[in-house]
Design a protein around this ligand. Structure first.
Ligand code: ISE
Length: 362
């Protein structure tokens, strides 16, 4: 058994992709990377995890042992260069992404990099330009950034509704991004860079335009906030055409993983993320109630999105294409987050400094 369809019984449409399976190296097998290894092995067709790499050798051995034929390669750059590796999934800590993505471009290997693309806007721009040069030589793009929400069926439906004109001209977007809890090292700056960054990508994706300015307000903090940090935050994006997007980012709610997006247009509005799958009624001493489940974290809420993201990445890589947010999207998100961190510190409306997109088609 070599393919996930025979392992898991799924029957994908492989008509338009080459017969050879994509041999993937997964770099970084912490929570997210290990999840992707399991996903590629059990649910994604047309790919094989042939190597894993992690700074913790024991963890790498453990994860490799779950996939027949998977090797551990200690040095991630050696894994990227390995002749048996066709494509690379990067789930290492963000500070390693720049070197690893650039190495993939140098070797001409498709890469799916979890966010952030790199740690700063300038280094992300360097990746954009390196991929541009590669594309100018070969006609092919290589880089996809792991903004998985674009693949979530609810977001996809909302985007299709907007694009079909179902809401008229979209004017406002309201976003809520809530986590039950975060680790004690999670600062307000990390809320911007790690959490709000998803709303940056959602806003750019849904509205199809760049964000021009960011304002960050610090309401009264919850008593559960990490000591000295502002939680929740209210963030306002202004797009280049003057639409506005407000984001409530609240990462210590004690409740669950809640991500809601409402788009308000000239001719109507639409909301997603209500976790309204199963609506349950119950009685009891405190009175009758109606309730729905709330996902405990992003792996449950966006599990399906990750599956679709990886399947489309594998299929596209086998065709020599990229089918998802590219290097430019990773760069634009970093540029907005840099402005967001500046706005958080200064309390001032901060303009986003975005380079020219000339020559960039991703
Ligand atoms: C985490 O890195 C994520 O990507 C989650 O989607 C987000 O909700 C969380 O706040 C981040 O820390």
């Amino acid at each position: 058994m070599t393919t996930a369809e025979t392992r898991a019984g799924a029957l994908p449409d492989l008509a338009d992709v080459p017969a050879r399976e994509l041999q993937v190296a997964v770099l970084g097998v912490g929570m997210m990377g290990a999840d992707h290894v399991a996903r590629l092995y059990s649910r994604i067709s047309g790919a094989q995890v042939v190597a894993v790499s992690d700074a913790f050798a024991e963890k790498a051995e453990q994860v490799a042992a779950t996939v027949p034929g998977c090797r551990v390669i200690g040095d991630p750059l050696v894994a990227i260069a390995d002749d048996d590796v066709d494509a690379v999934l990067i789930a290492t800590p963000g500070q390693f992404h720049e070197e690893q993505v650039l190495a993939c471009i140098e070797r001409g290997k498709p890469v799916l990099c979890e966010k952030p693309l790199t740690m700063e806007a300038d280094s992300s721009l360097a990746v954009v330009r390196a991929e541009d040069e590669y594309a100018a030589r070969t006609g092919r793009r290589l880089v996809q950034v792991g903004f998985m929400r674009r693949f979530d069926p609810e977001y996809a439906e909302l985007k299709a509704l907007i694009d079909a004109g179902g809401l008229g001209e979209p004017l406002l977007v309201h976003c809520a991004h809530r986590n039950a809890a975060v680790p004690p090292h999670f600062t307000s700056e990390m809320m911007v860079n790690d959490s709000v960054v998803h709303e940056v990508d959602v806003a750019r994706f849904l509205l199809d335009e760049e964000i021009a300015a960011v304002t960050v307000l610090r309401p009264k903090a919850t008593r559960h906030a990490v000591a000295g940090q502002s939680d929740p935050l209210l963030v306002l994006f202004e797009t280049t055409s003057g639409r506005m997007v407000d984001v409530e980012c609240f990462v210590s709610t004690g409740v669950g993983y809640e991500v809601r997006t409402e788009v308000v247009g000239e001719d109507g509005s639409a909301m997603i993320g209500l976790d309204a799958g199963l609506v349950r009624t119950s009685g009891g001493s405190s009175g009758a109630a109606r309730s729905t489940g709330i996902a405990p974290d992003f792996r449950q809420r966006f599990g399906r999105a990750y599956d679709i993201e990886l399947q489309r990445w594998v299929d596209a890589a086998r065709r020599g294409e990229v089918d998802g947010p590219g290097a430019w999207d990773g760069y634009a998100a970093q540029a907005v987050c840099a402005a967001g961190v500046e706005a958080l510190r200064s309390g001032q409306r901060t303009e986003v400094r975005l380079a020219s997109r000339e020559g960039t088609a991703s």
